[in-house]
Design a protein around this ligand. Structure first.
Ligand SMILES: Cc1ncc(CN)c(N)n1
Length: 217
């Protein structure tokens, strides 16, 4: 079994909770309360800033140019179409950017910053794999529904589905799978903990979004 598949299997209940969530079900149905979407977008846009730093750190720690290029191309998607998605969606929903991070956002920001500051490629990858693979898991089965939805719902699905995004997740998993056998026990334990904690953070973020983040006006 691939190391990333094994890691997922060891936190299956949190994984399932994060990837079959009432929040994303309602988003894909087009029935999600717009204030819940406003709060989610405001908090997730705060998430993106630290995510960009983490991905940039992974690029700089990749073992070769060949290993770095797919992440660099993904960074261009995050800072291009995904960034403008947030700006266009917040404008369409008449919501400003948030200034304050909710506790669940703050916990995620700390996780990403800590993984980056370890300087350990495997710990960065553990966070990145979870962040992108969980999103692929809920979005891919819903891809066909996106076209019939307002863009702020539909584009959030298509940004996380389709061959391009599947390739991103396969690449990130492949990077972690490839280095896993060469890691010391200590390094594997630390990366495993990052993986498990990040799944928990994804679940908590959707739980908070479903309960409703406070909306900045
Ligand atoms: C919290 C969170 N996790 C993951 C993703 C997917 N990029 C996201 N936008 N936000």
């Amino acid at each position: 079994m691939r190391p990333t598949e094994f890691l997922k299997s060891q936190c299956q209940s949190n994984w399932d909770a994060a990837t079959a969530h009432a929040f994303t079900d309602a988003l894909c149905d087009g029935t999600l309360d717009l204030d819940k979407m406003r709060g989610y977008l405001q908090q997730d846009y705060l998430f993106v800033e630290e995510f960009v730093r983490l991905l940039a750190a992974a690029i700089s720690n990749a073992p070769s140019l060949t290993d770095a290029v797919p992440a660099a191309q993904f960074l261009a998607v995050i800072t291009g179409p995904e960034n403008t998605y947030f700006q266009r969606s917040l404008a369409a929903l008449d919501a400003p950017e948030a200034e304050a991070a909710a506790p669940q956002t703050q916990a995620f920001l700390i996780q990403m910053r800590d993984a980056r500051l370890t300087g350990k490629y495997e710990e960065m990858l553990a966070v990145l794999v979870v962040a992108e693979w969980t999103y692929l898991s809920w979005a891919a089965p819903q891809e066909k529904r996106a076209a019939g939805l307002p863009f702020y719902f539909g584009e959030w699905i298509t940004l996380h589905a389709g061959p391009g995004f599947e390739g991103v997740v396969e690449y990130l998993r492949g990077q972690l799978d490839a280095i896993w056998p060469s890691l010391s026990d200590t390094a594997q334990t630390a990366a495993t903990q990052r993986f498990f904690d990040t799944v928990q953070l994804e679940r908590a973020f959707f739980d908070a979004a479903w309960a409703g983040f406070e909306v900045a006006r």
